[in-house]
Design a binder for this molecule. Structure first.
Ligand SMILES: Nc1ncnc2c1ncn2[C@@H]1O[C@H](COP(=O)(O)OP(=O)(O)OP(=O)(O)O)[C@@H](O)[C@H]1O
Ligand SMILES: [Mg+2]
Length: 219
């Protein structure tokens, strides 16, 4: 994938992630990890080659299908992407409203998700009034609120303390056990070693490793 300014962010990628898999994506800063997320969301388009998510063929998918594609995934962005003029509650509720969820369901589920990420007492706060870790947890709650088939978390533990990091990871493992595909992008080698899951390593836009709990998957 080549950005308009000529930067080749990803090249020669051949990667298949099965339904229900848990995969870590690791690699140095600038390796192409976030670009991969943007491709999966069709925020960027592959310059060349094919990309399929579920039954969506992203290289030739018309723009009008993008909302359908995005409904299948919940994404925790590296920079959170919260709505600055909405409260914590509204950030989560809005994501549910957009997909046409009934307000009775929203009223019930938002408090549930805020409790899950321990932000009940911040429901009325605006993003600027929160710490980085709190913002990250709002992004997390919003990503999982619509029960997506796939969760992508870009550095989900980057701003939280070790205990919260463990809680968020436990949550991702639980989500995965429910049959969801989970992709976790991280710099944290300790995290990767601890969980013994498939780990794809990117370096300068290429896959340089694909290991399954310590065993090489394929050369
Ligand atoms: N919008 C853009 N236009 C041009 N180049 C870009 C753009 N976004 C990213 N890049 C470049 O593409 C490459 C991959 O960037 P990407 O954001 O995918 O890295 P990353 O692995 O997520 O890094 P980090 O760990 O720092 O988040 C880098 O060389 C970066 O400078
Ligand atoms: Mg990134």
């Amino acid at each position: 994938m080549v950005y308009p300014n000529g930067t080749a962010a990803l090249s020669g990628i051949n990667l298949k992630i099965e339904d229900g898999e848990f995969v870590f994506i690791v690699g140095k800063s600038g390796a192409g990890k976030t670009t991969l997320t943007k491709l999966l969301l069709r925020e960027e388009k592959v310059t060349d080659g094919k990309l399929r998510v579920d039954d969506f063929r992203l290289e030739k998918m018309p723009k009008r299908k993008i909302p359908h594609l995005r409904r299948t995934m919940g994404v925790v962005f590296q920079d959170f992407r919260l709505f600055p003029n909405k409260t914590v509650y509204e950030n989560v509720a809005f994501a549910m409203r957009v997909i046409g969820e009934k307000s009775s369901v929203i009223k019930q589920r938002v408090p549930y998700f805020l409790n899950l990420v321990e932000l009940t007492d911040k429901a009325g706060s605006f993003p600027t009034e929160l710490s980085g870790g709190e913002q990250q947890r709002v992004a997390f709650a919003r990503a999982i609120a619509n029960n997506p088939k796939m969760v992508i978390a870009d550095e989900p533990t980057g701003n939280v303390d070790p205990e919260m990091s463990r809680d968020l990871m436990d949550l991702l493992i639980r989500i995965n056990k429910l049959g969801k595909t989970v992709i976790v992008i991280t710099h944290d080698h300790y995290l990767v070693e601890q969980f013994k899951k498939r780990t794809v390593t990117l370096d300068e836009g290429r896959i340089v490793g694909d290991r399954n709990g310590g065993v090489a998957v394929e050369a």
